[in-house]
Design a protein around this ligand. Structure first.
Ligand code: B12
Ligand SMILES: [Zn+2]
Length: 262
């Protein structure tokens, strides 16, 4: 289930059962601290649920445009990162699950993915100050693992990193391992974040991590792999320099952590 704070309308992460895409409510610590419990909650959770359904329906019928999705998110007062993580992401997961159970057609999945992709691009494009962070020397090099056709997760991460003022150099679609290594040597980011969707794609991320482990400590990045490839639990060989982590907020923490001492 997708959990939102009913008071401040911020996304609070998912709770079991994860394949249930209904929106449930909670109250976040900040709102408790502000004494919000004593006030009547706004009728927001139903609105978020029906917003989610109207995006999902765009797979089958003429439905919403990206501009309309962004405008409705604004009208509901949603933070852009919450819109992407708490609305767009569950819509994509749900269509994937329905497709895996043969309940959705490939055409439906493509339509929903295309709509979500343009919502993400619209979010990036409209934040002029974020664009500047894309041109600075990057703290994070964000790439898609060799062979991975899934780019939307990485795009959501890009928005999240930029909104947290982390200079980010992102490349989609996928890159071969040797190009990721060459880019990392040239750009010298603090973190190389690699998005992988199926377990076989972890091997190329391992190659990147092993090659970059030879860099001098002052310019040696952390190499992190994340994405649905980790669903069955990360299975990295012991001693691998590759870090497996699927938590977007942990990535922010890696991006701001000081480099290892020489
Ligand atoms: C859209 C989609 C596609 C589209 C991708 C379009 C595009 N431009 O991205 C297309 C049609 C191309 C596609 C193809 C395939 N897909 Co597909 N796809 C999906 C779907 C529906 C949504 C994925 C998505 O965008 N989610 C939303 C984003 C925001 O979430 P995310 O990707 O999980 O990313 C978040 C986190 O994982 C994390 N994260 C991601 N990367 C990283 C990296 C780091 C460093 C960190 C810290 C965090 C992190 O942060 C992101 C934001 O929160 C999922 C269904 C699902 N339930 O997820 C299947 C899914 C991912 N696909 C799957 C499969 C099997 C395939 C195919 C192999 C199918 C086939 N037989 O042909 C192919 C080819 C895959 C390939 N070679 O890469 C499986 C993967 C199962 C697995 N892990 O083993 C899924 C889960 C569907 C399913 N239920 O079986 N797919
Ligand atoms: Zn709250």
């Amino acid at each position: 289930m997708i959990r939102w704070c009913a008071y401040c309308q911020r996304y609070q992460g998912d709770v079991e059962p994860l394949d249930d895409y209904s929106v449930t409510h909670t109250i976040c610590e900040d709102c408790v601290a502000r004494g919000a419990l004593l006030k009547t909650p706004p009728p927001s959770i139903r609105a978020i649920q029906s917003f989610l359904l109207s995006i999902a329906r765009s797979g089958m019928e003429p439905g919403l445009t990206a501009a309309e999705v962004v405008a409705q998110g604004d009208a509901l007062g949603l933070d852009p990162a919450d819109l992407l993580l708490g609305v767009v992401q569950p819509v994509l997961r749900q269509i994937g699950d329905r497709w895996a159970r043969s309940e959705a057609t490939i055409a439906e999945e493509h339509r929903v993915s295309a709509l979500c992709s343009s919502v993400i691009q619209t979010m990036i494009a409209r934040e002029a100050d974020l664009a500047a962070l894309r041109t600075q020397p990057p703290e994070v090099l964000l790439v898609v693992a060799e062979g991975n056709q899934h780019t939307l997760g990485a795009q959501v991460l890009e928005v999240l990193l930029l909104r947290h003022h982390v200079p980010t150099y992102a490349v989609y679609p996928a890159l071969p391992a040797h190009e990721i290594v060459a880019l990392a040597r040239r750009l010298q980011p603090r973190v190389v974040a690699i998005s992988a969707a199926v377990p076989e794609q972890i091997a190329s991320a391992s190659i990147v991590a092993e090659q970059l482990a030879a860099q001098p400590p002052a310019v040696r990045p952390l190499v992190v792999v994340g994405g649905r490839a980790l669903d069955g639990g990360p299975s990295l060989p012991s001693g691998s320099p590759l870090i497996a982590c699927n938590d977007a907020h942990a990535l922010l923490e890696f991006a701001t952590r000081p480099r290892a001492a020489p």
